[in-house]
Design a protein around this ligand. Structure first.
Ligand code: NAD
Length: 464
């Protein structure tokens, strides 16, 4: 007959064996599961382990993630480029390094304090538990790295549902991150996913009772899906960022900034300049300077029509074969030879043209000429479609800048710089690849992935 203590010991041993056997299963595949249910269960167990470590150790896990991803940055960038066929390898390296180095970690978790005669009250940031994160094809490793750093720093585990077209890259990133945490002495399975990411698996994840929060980074469909889930959800949706240029701007600089931002990774980033709105007085000079900065102008109406037929599908949406392709590739398909340095194609069109209205995600920048700043603001607001994502403006007139900022209400508003200054490249502030306009969290970071909890100590510890 066993004593009570022996019985408890036996139960603890069973539980530990169970946990260890599940952890060992992970070590083979570093967080990749056949079934979504298993991926969620493993993440759930790992999160229970994570919160046993102190914050200093959690920081060490994050440091190891950054190190491992840096060591694999070329691999991940190459894989994304080859698997998706979109973007530019060298820009993908820059994007990956950006999230590796500038995504905030544990230091982002701030406490709030109230102290007085009645004692001490603390508002603490606690983890949600398991977060289900849906990631896009345009940033298949970057979003996984960025979400993993922020979510784990906040004490959560993450189950990823990557885009099927970027499966290999996203899965490889999950494995690298898991391995790094294990090397740092942490639990395996803080990030998990499935071998075959499908919409069905995403559905299972969105409905699972052990998933406490959903974070969707992608187009309108996926944002709607998570917001209809009945769970706490963060939606980081599509953008169509206008770049407005007025007559007071430094036109040479504006032209360079617009081409730099609008051609970065072939215009895949959701923040990238998608259309240019310029006042008539400086429009010709802006175009002249854009051409000096490796833009190729198409003026002939028949060629503009040819470009339209090539890059838009029958429904008027961007043709997937051209999303994220190089400008010289698109021009060659039109039978136009150009220098390989050409980064973007520019075309002057009306504001109603599909190039302006649709989020093209390719280095084709439509230019809309307007009479004055009032019309510029009106057009910019209209073509941004109320996404409240990103807008860029080149101007030295504070009233003009204020007018657009007030009207357009975007999460990111960049003044006198390329769009990517808004995510910490040549602009102050941290980075994120999950910009939550629709649900209002803005540029997400570790603290976004926490629940606020109030801890009240009555009648003590106020030593003012
Ligand atoms: P997408 O919407 O096609 O796919 C994004 C993810 O959502 C994928 O994993 C996809 O499998 C999944 N998905 C799509 N519909 C779903 C549904 N009904 N249920 C569950 N999952 C679903 O987007 P994409 O082409 O991969 O990425 C480009 C889009 O993402 C652009 O619109 C871009 O502006 C946007 N984006 C936004 C941000 C941001 O931070 N706001 C960042 C990157 C990309």
């Amino acid at each position: 007959m066993k004593t009570e203590a022996q019985q408890i010991e036996q139960i603890v041993k069973w539980v530990m064996d169970e946990i260890i056997s599940k952890q060992e299963k992970v070590l083979d595949d570093y967080g990749i599961y056949n079934e979504m249910e298993d991926a969620i269960e493993a993440a759930w167990l790992a999160q229970k382990e994570l919160i046993k470590f102190n914050l200093d150790t959690r920081s060490k896990f994050i440091a190891e993630i950054r190190k491992a991803c840096s060591e694999n940055v070329e691999l991940l960038s190459r894989m994304a480029y080859e698997e998706t066929g979109m973007g530019r390898y060298e820009d993908k390296i820059k994007k990956n390094l950006l999230v590796i180095n500038k995504t905030p970690g544990v230091e982002d978790l701030k406490s709030e304090v109230f102290s007085g005669d009645d004692g001490l009250t603390l508002i603490e940031s606690s983890p949600y538990g398991v977060i289900g994160a849906i990631t896009p094809t345009t940033n298949p490793s970057e979003t996984v790295i960025c979400n993993a750093i922020g979510m784990i720093a906040a004490g959560n585990a993450v189950v990823f549902s990557p885009h099927p077209s970027a499966r290999k890259t996203s899965l490889q990133t999950v494995q690298i991150i898991n391995k790094a945490i294990i090397i740092a002495g942490g639990p395996g399975n803080l990030v998990t996913t499935v071998k075959n990411p499908t919409l069905e698996n995403a559905e299972i994840m969105m409905k699972h009772k052990k998933v406490n929060m959903l974070v969707a980074t992608g187009g309108p469909g996926v944002v709607k899906a998570v917001l209809s889930s009945g769970k706490k959800a963060i939606g980081a949706g599509a953008g169509n960022p206008p770049a407005v240029v007025d007559e007071t701007a430094d036109i040479e600089k504006a032209a360079k900034d617009i081409i730099d931002g609008g051609s970065f990774d072939n215009n895949l980033p959701c923040i990238a300049e998608k259309e240019v709105i310029v006042v008539d007085a400086v429009a010709d000079y802006l175009i002249f300077n854009m051409k000096k900065n490796n833009a190729f102008e198409i003026k002939d109406p028949s060629l503009i029509e040819k470009l339209e037929k090539l890059i838009l599908n029958e429904k008027g949406y961007p043709h997937k074969d051209f999303i994220g392709k190089n400008a010289d590739y698109i021009l060659k398909k039109m039978g136009i030879d150009c220098a390989p340095e050409i980064r973007a194609i520019i075309v002057e069109v009306s504001k109603n043209h599909p190039f302006v209205q649709k989020e093209l995600m390719m280095p084709v920048l439509p230019i809309v000429r307007v009479n004055d700043i009032h019309e510029a603001v009106q057009v910019a607001v209209e073509v941004e479609h109320g996404f409240k994502h990103t807008a860029i403006m080149h101007s030295k007139n504070v009233d003009h800048l204020t007018a657009l900022a007030k009207e357009i209400q975007t999460t990111i508003f960049v003044k006198n710089g390329p769009s990517y200054a808004g995510i910490g490249v040549g602009g102050e502030g941290y980075t994120t690849f999950t910009i939550a306009g629709p649900t209002g969290e803005g540029l997400t970071s570790a603290r976004t992935f926490t629940r606020k909890r109030r801890c009240v100590l009555v009648g003590g510890f106020s030593i003012k």
